[in-house]
Design a protein around this ligand. Structure first.
Ligand code: NAD
Ligand code: TYD
Length: 358
């Protein structure tokens, strides 16, 4: 990697999936914090990818967007060379469990074949291997489901994925690990808990509830609402990835989590209270009157919880935002960004919604 006059390492990053939820937050974070680095986003713009997430970066020096598929080997080979890429931050994925239950094919294609294609291209990319990093952004869902009294997931918890989504992410994690051990490709895997924040596509729990409250629509809680997730504000995830890119050790895995275990029903009630407080003229008030228990998700994991002591103790990362503060910021963002989410409630989205919530 080249050095600036202040001796800061310059990175040329390829960010896959940079038009999605976490990827776009990461791209903003990176451009703000490392303006001298080059950021090239590769994104296929599936239903979950949205160029509006990056609108304010278009035209900026050191930023480029390329529409393309991570399975396209020729495109990736060319990009790695022409953009002189030395770091891949790999976010691109099919990411929604409910869609993976309805139609798993795309999950195998993108999450497994796509990751394999990127690894192969990076392995053959002619660069000094000591200067490379392949950061694979993965999920805690690969570890399966915890019972109420189980200890939280550590980096050595055996993989036990239960949905086509988590199984496909587990498959990609195994490939990334193998490329380190077999080819000495400098890879790092991060397994993170549930994220929330701005630019989150409407189908996921928190944006779905925020939007339905604003529209006065039922708030569909699966099963008995007692399932537990460990929530992390997306900016804290980006900070953790920054820490891992700069201080992480190739070949290692780092769990990332907010230490914020919340039952789904309690989370939905918190969102209702925040909306009651912050949103003028809600169609239904109090918003909690909209809560509706619906048919459970097949194979619904009961509980996820992350033990993040490795990244805390070895790399010095801790989350900076409490769940109360992060949820407040998120509710405010959905209140003020109707222009962002309204166009996403398309005919295709309505058809998906009817299928899941029939
Ligand atoms: P997302 O669904 O919002 O975004 C995924 C992005 O990938 C989209 O922009 C989409 O267009 C792009 N994409 C999909 N298929 C592609 C392909 N074949 N080629 C190129 N681009 C493609 O997902 P997200 O929530 O931002 O998640 C990003 C990553 O973080 C995923 O790998 C996911 O497994 C992981 N993760 C997510 C969470 C979470 O809570 N959302 C938690 C832990 C880990
Ligand atoms: P989700 O945001 O889909 O993330 P994940 O399944 O990857 O954890 O869902 C979070 C939790 O909320 C999960 O336990 C399923 C539940 N859920 C509902 O109860 N209702 C909904 O409409 C959605 C989308 C999720």
């Amino acid at each position: 990697m080249s050095k600036t006059s202040t001796n800061t390492t310059i990175r040329n990053l390829l960010v896959t999936g940079g038009a999605g939820f976490i990827g776009s937050n990461f791209v903003h974070y990176w451009c703000d914090n490392y303006p001298d680095d080059k950021v090239v986003v590769l994104d296929a713009l599936t239903y979950a990818g949205n160029l509006n997430n990056l609108a304010d970066l278009q035209g900026r020096e050191n930023f480029r967007f390329i529409k393309g598929d991570i399975r396209d080997r020729i495109l990736i080979d060319n990009l790695l060379v022409t953009e002189n890429i030395n770091t891949i931050a790999h976010f691109a994925a099919e990411s929604h469990v409910d869609r993976s239950i309805l139609a798993p094919d795309a999950f195998i294609q993108t999450n497994v074949i796509g990751t394999f294609t990127l690894l192969e291209a990076f392995r053959h990319h002619k660069q000094d291997s000591s200067q490379k990093l392949f950061l694979h952004v993965s999920t805690d869902e690969v570890y399966g489901s915890l019972a109420p009294e189980d200890p939280a997931f550590t980096e050595t918890t055996p993989y036990a994925p239960n949905s086509p989504y988590s199984a496909s992410k587990a498959g990609s994690d195994h490939l990334v690990r193998a490329y380190y051990h077999t080819y000495n490709l400098p890879t790092i895997i991060t397994n993170c808990s549930n994220n929330y924040g701005s630019y989150h596509f409407p189908e996921k729990l928190i944006p779905l509830m925020c939007i339905n409250i604003l529209l006065g629509k039922p708030l569909p809680v699966y099963g008995d609402g007692q399932n537990i997730r460990d929530w992390l504000y997306v900016i804290d995830h980006c900070r953790a990835l920054d820490t891992v890119i700069h201080k992480g050790k190739p070949g290692e895995t780092y769990n990332i989590g907010g230490n914020n275990e919340v039952k789904n029903i309690d989370l939905v009630k918190m969102l209702c209270q925040l909306m009651d407080e912050l949103a003028p003229n809600l169609p239904v008030s109090p918003a909690s009157e909209l809560i509706t228990f619906v048919k459970d998700r097949p194979g619904h994991d009961k509980r996820y919880a992350i033990n993040a002591s490795k990244i805390r103790e070895e790399l010095g990362w801790t989350p900076s935002v409490t769940v109360a503060e992060g949820l407040r910021q998120t509710v405010i963002w959905y209140l003020h960004n109707r222009d962002w989410w309204e166009p996403l409630l398309s005919e295709e989205y309505q058809a998906y919604y009817r299928q899941v919530y029939q």
